[in-house]
Design a binder for this molecule. Structure first.
Ligand code: DC
Length: 234
């Protein structure tokens, strides 16, 4: 899958708990576009490394794993997402905070990020793609037709992640979660390669006081505007 550069991309970046995963899914559904959850790829790599006994500091071995990551995404009959690694379903496992921290650790290596570029760009297929992550607008899809940087206050993000994990039956204390999120934010923002930051041409949206419906609708409206603008100029 090489990806089709003619297809429009909506890039949604932001820190953990900003709501970008849920919002990206809704925007993709509304536009009938494909969806790339790039964070899931880093989570899967972290999991694959743990399973294979690869150290999170071994950049070369991690990059080799990333270059041939046996992943698959699908939907269950009721529409819930399913994530597969080497033929085993790991949908719940990849969502744990432990897996998020492992993902953030393996994601700091330049060779790993390079090795995952082709896989990510391959999701760019007709009629278009909504991609969420940390560097969708700054590195992976620099020509995205719309770039969003979604934020929310640290307290609100911790509260949302807490609820999300609780709803999935994954118990964790709010205080511990706040600390984990803070650590992960720091590592994702301070790394030398593809740090978490808004693209120069990104629209920033603070979702602290907005509902998921409001955020999704705002982005859907912006996206429709950008897509018809693109159409007019082609
Ligand atoms: O979006 P998420 O919480 O599932 O991502 C998990 C980790 O993966 C995140 O802390 C940093 C890393 N990541 C990244 O470095 N680049 C991306 N585009 C997406 C995620």
């Amino acid at each position: 899958m090489a990806g089709d550069r003619a297809q429009p991309v909506i890039a949604i970046d932001g820190p953990s708990g900003s709501g970008k995963g849920t919002v990206a899914r809704r925007v993709a559904t509304a536009l009938g576009f494909h969806l790339l959850d790039s964070g899931a790829l880093y989570r899967l790599l972290g999991l694959a490394a743990a399973n294979a006994g690869v150290d999170r500091d071994d950049e070369e071995a991690l990059a080799a794993l990333a270059a041939a990551l046996p992943v698959r995404f699908s939907s269950a009959a009721d529409g819930t997402e399913q994530i597969w690694l080497s033929g085993s379903e790991v949908s719940h496992e990849v969502r744990t905070e432990e897996c998020g921290a492992r993902a953030s650790a393996v994601a700091r290596w330049p060779a790993v990020r390079e090795a995952l570029l082709g896989l990510q760009r391959g999701f760019r297929q007709p009629p278009g793609l909504v991609a969420d992550g940390r560097d969708m607008g700054t590195v992976v899809f620099t020509d995205a037709v719309l770039k969003i940087f979604l934020t929310a206050s640290p307290q609100e993000r911790a509260r949302r992640r807490h609820k999300q994990l609780k709803d999935k039956g994954l118990g964790v204390s709010l205080a511990a979660l706040s600390r984990d999120i803070e650590d992960r934010d720091r590592r994702d923002s301070e790394r030398s390669v593809a740090p978490l930051r808004p693209a120069a041409d990104a629209r920033k949206l603070d979702s602290s006081d907005l509902t998921i419906d409001e955020v999704s609708q705002t982005i859907i409206d912006w996206a429709r505007g950008c897509l018809s603008e693109k159409e007019r100029h082609s």
